[in-house]
Ligand binder design. Sequence first.
Ligand code: MF3
Ligand code: CO
Ligand code: CO
Length: 275
Amino acid sequence: MARRTKRRNQPVRLQPHEIEKMRVVGRFAAGLLAQVEGLIKPGISTEEIDRFVDAETRKRGAISAPLGYPKGSAHPFPKHCCTSINHIVCHGIPSANDVLREGDIVNVDVTPIIDGYYGDTSRTFCVGAVDPEVQRLVDDTYEAMRIGIAQVKPGGHVGDIGHAIQRFAEGRGHGVVRQFAGHGIGTIFHGPPTISHVGRRGEGELFEPGMTFTVEPMINLGDWRCQILADHWTVVTVDGSLSAQFEHTVTVTEDGVEVLTLAEGATFDLNSDSA
Ligand code: MF3
Ligand code: CO
Ligand code: CO
């Protein structure tokens, strides 16, 4: 998620030939997560997940955007993907010391670059059987993302996304993270507009065809507040409650929205009312 930017630039808007490039990288990113799903079991470390993501990305001739991001920073991200276990909200750093255990949840967030275009997507996986309240959090978080994406159409506003997500997730008793948000994406990783996951209907930028951004709600079983650890990256819930996240990269079409980070042959159901 992009740290909230105070700059007010023009939203990322892409041409049709660029959207086709986003479909290509988006398809690859989604395929990567589908393969990662097969690795998720008790005993695997997040370092092993990272090595797999790195290897598959190289094999495709693609680049992992997280590695060394942001360029020139004093504390660039050191790995190829983010792996966020349990109370880690986002930006968890893969490590050989972090071994998945039965009952954990883990978000894996990948962002390959192909031909200069970025595809950003993440999913939260359950490790074996998880407690029913944890499964409910994960299912509700997917639903929050879906509801947010379903708001996107020309004539609507960015605030419609946050409004719908907040209303749903808080209605289910969860906290919606405010410190991190979705972001414009295309030939840059994080650009305008900021896509807050809380907000008011009708506020913010107007959706226009070609606007391309992520929707990536982070939903907590407890309070929405979070903090960054001393490693400069890992974001945790302040109250220690579990946090889940799903992310897609989407683009505004003439009459609605297209999800770009879909695996080959996959479809995205805008209208389903369950995860
Ligand atoms: N993929 C994250 C997002 O959804 C950003 C990760 S930045 C990194 O925006 F440096 F940690 F990779
Ligand atoms: Co993102
Ligand atoms: Co991401």
